[in-house]
Design a protein around this ligand. Sequence first.
Ligand SMILES: [Zn+2]
Length: 301
Amino acid sequence: MKKILLIGLCLLLISGCSRSKHVEGKINIVATTTMLTDLVSQIGKDHVSLTGLMGPGIDPHLYQASAGNVIDMQNADIVVYNGVHLEGKMSEIFDELSKVNKTTIKLEDGLNQSALIHVDEETLDPHIWFDVKNWEDGARYVAQQLSAYDPENAADYAQNAQDYLKQLEELDTYVRTRAEELPSSQRYLVTAHDAFNYFARAYGFEVVAIQGISTSSEASTTNIRHLADLIVEKKIKAIFVESSVPTKTIQSLKDAVSSRGFNVEIGGSLYSDSLGDKQSNTETYIKTVKANIDTIVDALK
Ligand SMILES: [Zn+2]
């Protein structure tokens, strides 16, 4: 009878049914983006049961939490999110969670404030994960926060963090070494939305984007015209589409360049605001960052 009632209730709520797997004896964690879900799994390993709200290819700027997501967050032991207004449509939910004293880990709090890039006086750039050094700070912060919540397993979190930090340091070196294959005059990254400022600062690129730092802003025709001129002037070989942003804006840029008698290739797809998936062998942060730098350097060489 109880079961029937529960099913009935679930049908009633439709999307309201929780997807999270509540596991006894583990810390039940809900994380927003694919990057964060991966990060928490690297540090928490067997001690955590993880639910990631957003899948591969999902745009976090525009993501609206479903009723089921909200239930998952309310039921979780810890909610992990990026902050810096990345999850732009979820800020009210985070406010509500803090009102009921839900334990949250906001990655922004683990970063050195001086590491954050200002877009203008009021706006900070949320795409912090593109500088591997930021992600190292994030890993340290997650380990510290999990240890505070679960001191019994603190030694494990510290060890996991140490192992992961070593891999991240190797990753940072890999990105740097590949970037150096390009002379600095060729390090132009033209893409759909302004996600790559941290990448540019860390690895010596000039980034030019059609849209602003959030995908919710529209691409203007003036922007496209200016960018087309720049591509012709600098003889930029390739421009890039992004996995979580529609390709039409980058295609109209390519067309504008063609109409100026120059050809620019679409150099491939970059992962911007989400990781890839198992099928494309990009289901982790490390694999995704490698795929991006390989795509960029191979197309611009
Ligand atoms: Zn973005």
